[in-house]
Ligand binder design. Structure first.
Ligand SMILES: NC(=O)C1=CN([C@@H]2O[C@H](COP(=O)(O)OP(=O)(O)OC[C@H]3O[C@@H](n4cnc5c(N)ncnc54)[C@H](OP(=O)(O)O)[C@@H]3O)[C@@H](O)[C@H]2O)C=CC1
Ligand SMILES: O=C(O)CCC(=O)C(=O)O
Length: 435
């Protein structure tokens, strides 16, 4: 790590502050941020600046449902920071999404972009809705109205959305089209994670899982373990979980458990992942009744004896109540915030290597960056080039974070925050916020 400025003092190591009594994603983020700020001796003003989002937008999204009723949904976009460049981050659709969660997710995007050295700030968006209960046309109306409400926020040089939970290429295509209709020109670079035919990038769909696997292999290597000799459990079988499971399977790992909202599926002899992917696709994207595996709960999956655990579903899955029961040697955080701050110390005490979300799942935003670059150049890369560059950036990010963790004898999560906050704070100082 190359400390740049006087907000950083390599000789200081401070214990984290008192534990928070509750465990919301935003509080978890703040606890880690506070720890890194102590290590870096961030001054109070800088601390305040970096803990306050630049903008928090709440919009009302009235649409006409297929049966003619009007229903009003609530949408959010939080721009945490745009110091390193235009803000970047996905949009999630979920019944329980709320401003606090989006705030946490937006700030994680800031640190994530800094960890992998892509020139973006952090943002996140969400719409409070249950996509399982909406028709395709209702989803389209929600997406277009949400985008219309964000026309002065989004922009290829301002704020660039992407997919997240329950959003996909089709939804990104509607965002692009709505923005372009209003701009009266086709503006592909306003959103990433688009279909390839609309200016999407080769490899974006698999990028997050691919990045998870790159850093997992790097972690295994540090522990002297070979991928073809390890057992893996994966929570969540959507974009991130299924690709991570499949790529670990291709590395020769034995995937002993997978899961989705219908439960966990366990087979001590290993699950045929390509077959599970085919089954899920043919069954409405659900693993329900998947043959050749025993049904267990999502909680049981997390506590299985295995070498690698990849939580790739949602926040707060490993928390104070179950952290003591985790048996994995490595946790690779495919999801954002799957481990609460209160669980960190327990996992550390157990000697579990946690590859934190802001590093482990940064492959998605890295290839989103590639997509944005390709759209702006109007020149598109091969999948082989995308994957090679992704692999290099993820390896470099892992090595940088690992180096900081060794230097300060702190966990990989603490090191990732120290690395990211140092980078953003240094950039901020150079830009001169005090002018
Ligand atoms: N997509 C991306 O590029 C990126 C995603 N992430 C993060 O990765 C995580 C997953 O995102 P993504 O794969 O895109 O989302 P998807 O919507 O594609 O998949 C989510 C998966 O999690 C499952 N799931 C949801 N709730 C639970 C639960 N309570 N227990 C077990 N499984 C559950 C879903 O099951 P079901 O399908 O049955 O509902 C689905 O299999 C999120 O935290 C997201 O923020 C991070 C970086 C980039
Ligand atoms: O691809 C992107 O721009 C952001 C993806 C995302 O939302 C995330 O990394 O959490």
């Amino acid at each position: 790590m190359a400390p740049q400025k006087n907000h950083y003092n390599a000789s200081i190591y401070k214990e984290p502050g008192p534990k928070l009594s509750t465990e919301t994603p935003f509080e978890s983020m703040m606890e880690r941020f506070r720890f890194a700020a102590d290590v870096l001796e961030l001054d109070e003003g800088m601390f305040q600046y970096l803990s306050s989002p630049v903008k928090q937008i709440i919009v009302s999204i009235p649409i006409i449902m297929d049966d003619g009723r009007i229903e009003v949904f609530e949408g959010y976009r939080v721009i945490h920071d745009n110091v390193l460049g235009p803000s970047k981050g996905g949009i999630r659709y979920a019944p329980d999404v709320n401003l606090d969660e989006v705030k946490a997710l937006a700030s994680w995007m800031t640190w994530k972009c800094a960890v992998v050295n892509v020139p973006f700030g952090g943002a996140k968006g969400g719409v409070r809705c249950d996509p399982n209960k909406l028709s395709k046309t209702e989803l389209e109306r929600i997406t277009r109205r949400y985008t219309a409400n964000m026309l002065d926020i989004f922009g290829p040089d301002k704020d660039i959305p992407a997919p997240d939970m329950n959003t996909n290429e089709q939804i990104m295509a509607w965002v692009m089209d709505t923005y372009s209709m209003n701009a009266q020109r086709t503006e592909t670079a306003v959103v990433t994670g688009k279909p390839i035919i609309l200016g999407g990038s080769q490899g974006r769909k698999e990028a997050t899982g691919r990045g998870v696997v790159t850093v997992t292999l790097a972690g295994l290597n540090k522990l002297g373990m070979m991928p073809n000799n390890v057992t893996v459990a994966v929570q969540g079988f959507g974009n991130v979980g299924s690709v991570s499971a499949n790529l670990m399977y291709e590395q020769g790992a034995k995937i002993i458990a997978i899961s989705d909202v219908t439960g966990g599926y366990y087979n001590e002899n290993g699950i045929d992942i390509p077959e599970a992917i085919r089954y899920s696709k043919e069954n409405n994207n659900l693993l329900k009744d998947f043959p050749g595996a025993e049904l267990i709960s999502n909680n049981e999956l997390l506590e299985l004896e295995c070498d690698v655990l990849i939580p790739a579903a949602k926040e707060d899955q490993i928390n104070r109540s179950n952290a003591g029961n985790i048996q994995a040697k490595i946790i690779s955080e495919g999801a954002n915030g799957p481990v609460t701050a209160n669980a960190d110390a327990v996992l550390e005490e157990k000697g579990i290597m946690v590859i934190p979300d802001i590093l482990a799942n940064a492959g998605g935003v890295t290839v989103s960056y590639f997509e944005w670059v390709q759209d702006r150049q109007g020149y598109f890369w091969t999948e082989e080039r995308v994957n090679r560059r992704l692999n290099r950036m993820m390896r470099n990010a892992f090595d940088n974070v690992y180096g900081v963790s060794e230097e300060f004898r702190i966990t990989l999560r603490q090191a990732a925050y120290v690395y990211a906050i140092d980078k953003v704070a240094t950039t901020l100082e150079m830009r001169g916020i005090y002018a």
